[in-house]
Design a protein around this ligand. Structure first.
Ligand code: ADP
Ligand code: MG
Length: 384
């Protein structure tokens, strides 16, 4: 990140700062935020701007709205942010147009404005259909800061187009730079042995990262449903387990696959080894005891550990053991431990082990793509 300005390098005083944050929080049917971790994660950068005499225009997406609708509004976030900052946050019901311009023109140092969900404008996700959108957003401020690590892998207007219009007056927020520095430090020259653990349902969504980790790590452990697609290609009987057809599989050399599985058939549970194969009618839903023992011994020797993707259908307590036992091994390890991924973070939270992991990455997809490509579109565009 040496060719990127940090928030601390920018002349914030009496300037208007446009900051891309990741306020993509879960909101329930009553409009209540069920987890405000992402809002809290942005507070250090927000506070930095306010403490240094800037005024702050915040922008984010929320969910995947097809059209503007109340249920995807960022309004509840404005309320929560106002509580957390203990000051008024002005919410504007859009991200372009006269009302936005008017509210922003009245801002004084220390003021905070939150724009409405950027994805209510189709041009957020498709910059090419309306290049004016980036210009409209950029016209609001003097300085651009990206603190949305979790979105930095997306070539969207607010991530890759708006910063191009700020010349040298752009940089990285504290969350973005912390994530990148951490991933750089631990994964580019990892303390060895470096053991990576990948799980989850679909191998097709993680082929790139599996290939990258296969090269970087000393050992790659693969669990979760994705193991069945690999095992089936080796001629193993996988019964009714989840298998993806027509995927180009990565070449694996230093990878360990599961040795056994906890399987279910009509409510009955039974463990089958890979050697005996999973009979028809049975579905593999968690890794079994032999696998756990093998994986745990690899984890215990590691000096760097990266984990993404549950080992089984962990939402069902009957199939959560593999994920929980591995996670506890990670938590007990003296190695540097990194966990990324939406469902993986949920598993960490369910086990109450947040404080025992060295680094919880706020961006699932972003951290995987950063490992795969060594950079992200939203980071490249900040370079001077
Ligand atoms: P992350 O969000 O951490 O990147 P993924 O989204 O790739 O993880 O995968 C998580 C999902 O994979 C979970 O919903 C989990 O239930 C599912 N999963 C893992 N193993 C199995 C399995 N053996 N059978 C069915 N689903 C599985
Ligand atoms: Mg997921």
């Amino acid at each position: 990140m040496s060719d990127i300005l940090m928030i601390k390098d920018l002349p914030i005083n009496s300037k208007k700062v446009l900051m891309r944050v990741d306020f993509n929080v879960p909101v329930d049917q009553d409009g209540k935020i069920s987890d405000d971790a992402r809002i809290k994660a942005a507070l250090p950068s927000i506070q930095w701007v306010l403490d240094h005499g800037g005024s702050l225009i915040l922008m984010s997406h929320l969910g995947r709205p097809k059209e503007p609708s109340l249920k995807d509004s960022l309004y509840p976030v404005a309320l929560r942010l106002s509580e957390l900052l203990n000051k008024d946050v002005t919410f504007v019901g859009g991200s372009r147009g006269t009302e936005v311009k008017e509210k922003v023109s009245q801002m004084q140092p220390g003021d905070v404005v939150l724009l409405e969900n950027l994805r209510f404008e189709a041009a957020e996700e498709k910059p090419e259909i309306d290049p004016q959108y980036a210009k409209d957003l950029a016209s609001l401020a003097d300085i651009y800061i990206d603190d949305a690590f979790g979105s930095a892998h997306r070539a969207h207007t607010s991530i890759t187009e708006v910063p191009k219009l700020f010349g040298k007056m752009k940089g990285a927020g504290l969350l973005l730079s912390r994530e990148v520095e951490f991933l750089d430090k631990t994964l580019k020259t990892p303390a060895r042995p470096f053991v990576a653990i990948i799980g989850g349902s679909k191998i097709s969504s993680k082929i790139g990262v599996i290939e990258a980790l296969e090269k970087k790590a000393d050992t790659l452990l693969i669990g979760g449903a994705m193991a069945f697609t690999l095992l089936k290609s080796q001629g193993v009987k996988v019964g009714n387990s989840l298998v993806e057809e027509d995927v180009k599989l990565p070449k694996l050399t230093n990878t360990l696959l599961p040795l056994d599985f906890v399987c279910e058939k009509e409510g009955e549970l039974k463990t089958f080894t890979v050697d005996e194969g999973i009979p028809d009618g049975w579905k593999g839903l968690d890794i079994g005891p032999l696998t756990l023992e093998k994986f745990k011994s690899e984890i215990d020797q590691a000096k760097t550990l990266f984990w993404n993707g549950p080992m089984g259908l962990f939402e069902d307590p009957r199939f959560a053991k593999g994920t929980e036992v591995l996670l506890k091994a990670l938590a007990d390890s003296s190695a540097t431990t990194i966990v990324g991924g939406g469902d993986s973070l949920l598993a960490v939270k369910n086990c109450g082990l947040e404080s025992k992991i060295t680094h919880l990455s706020t961006g699932g997809g972003a951290s995987l793509e950063y490992i795969e490509f060594g950079t992200l579109p939203g980071i490249e565009v900040l370079k001077l």
